[in-house]
Design a protein around this ligand. Structure first.
Ligand code: LMR
Length: 328
């Protein structure tokens, strides 16, 4: 009898102890690029900071390189709750809002500092909450950098791109951008770009230096042009329903970790773009070609009609606000 009582008390104490030590909330953060890129670094930083600030309360699992979901599936997975945080390129939100298409307009921003100013503006910040009704909450913007054109032939004037096939992200603006120079754009997932270039499914593509280098695109492209013709940045987003169900202290810790990790990734984006460019040159596989001011003006003139084409979707006011950000 005594023994049974002792066992019952011990069992109750054990159960109490386990309850006090509730299992941590598991947060899956999935993305499609390598750990060495700005986004890859920011995701790992988020894990480090969140697990430090909320010790024992959260466990962040980071899945890089399309390991968990590729870019065709990650948004759906987020809305289904199969993953809690993702950071898609701003080019990949077309199904959820037309306004973010602004970031794909060719030659709209002078440089990444101008992009940064626009993102920090009232108009830019409003876009972060514009998809809440659709279940998407925006934590913040994150930089990768300006895009460079690459191809298996050198591209001087826009006429050189005529008839070439270019891989693009799933964006109607990017489709129009390449059509404007007589090229054939093809929407292909990021995880399939290397193979598509290698096997000649496409002749060229566009991406910032960190993606070109970390995914070895320069090994399967003959030429990379310093075109800086557009931007590839991200919005870090979460499942809105999941977020609103989190305890207040967890939300606070995660928010802080997010702000700090985005800053960390953005600093890397500013500081390291040129290092990745140098690494591509040092590898001596693809030739890196400067783009003359004259040629750049020709590309700009050929692609600029795309702005008008999408002005109705995006809004003229928003385009004007972005242009204002070019003035320091
Ligand atoms: C791409 O598909 O080219 C990029 O969006 C990949 C990324 O996330 O940087």
């Amino acid at each position: 009898m005594k023994l049974t009582l002792k066992m019952t008390v011990a069992g109750a104490l054990l159960a109490l102890g386990l309850a006090a030590q509730a299992a941590p909330i598991v947060i899956k953060y999935s993305h499609v690029v390598a750990d060495v890129t700005p986004k890859g670094k920011a995701a790992l930083k988020f894990k480090e900071l969140a697990e430090k600030k909320l010790a024992g309360k959260v466990e962040v699992q980071v899945f890089p390189n399309s390991q968990l979901f590729g870019d065709g599936k990650e948004m759906e997975a987020l809305l289904l709750g199969d993953v809690q945080i993702i950071a898609p390129s701003l080019a990949k939100f077309g199904k959820y809002t037309k306004q973010l298409q602004i970031f794909d307009l060719p030659f709209l921003f002078d440089d990444i500092a101008a992009v940064d100013r626009f993102q920090a503006s009232k108009e830019g910040q409003n876009l972060l909450t514009s998809m809440q009704k659709k279940g998407i909450m925006g934590f913040g913007y994150m930089h990768n950098g300006m895009k460079q054109l690459s191809a298996n032939v050198p591209l001087g004037s826009p006429a050189d791109a005529k008839g070439l096939k270019f891989r693009i992200q799933a964006s109607d603006v990017l489709e129009a951008q390449f059509k404007a120079v007589g090229a054939n754009p093809q929407k292909i997932s990021f995880s399939e770009v290397y193979q598509s270039l290698q096997t000649g499914v496409v002749d060229g593509t566009e991406n910032p230096w960190s993606n070109i280098y970390s995914k070895k695109f320069h090994e399967v492209q003959g030429y990379i042009m310093d075109s800086n013709h557009g931007v590839l940045d991200y919005m870090v987003i979460g499942n809105a329903k999941w977020w609103s169900g989190l305890p207040a202290d967890v939300q606070k810790g995660l928010k802080e970790a997010m702000v700090e990790s985005i800053k960390y990734g953005n600093d890397a984006a500013f500081e390291e773009a040129n290092d990745f460019r140098k690494k591509v040159i040092a590898d001596n596989k693809a030739k890196v070609l400067p783009m003359s001011k004259d040629h750049q003006a020709q590309w700009r003139a050929a692609m600029k009609p795309v702005w008008k084409q999408f002005e109705g979707d995006i809004g003229k006011d928003l385009i004007d606000a972005a242009l204002r950000a070019n003035n320091k």
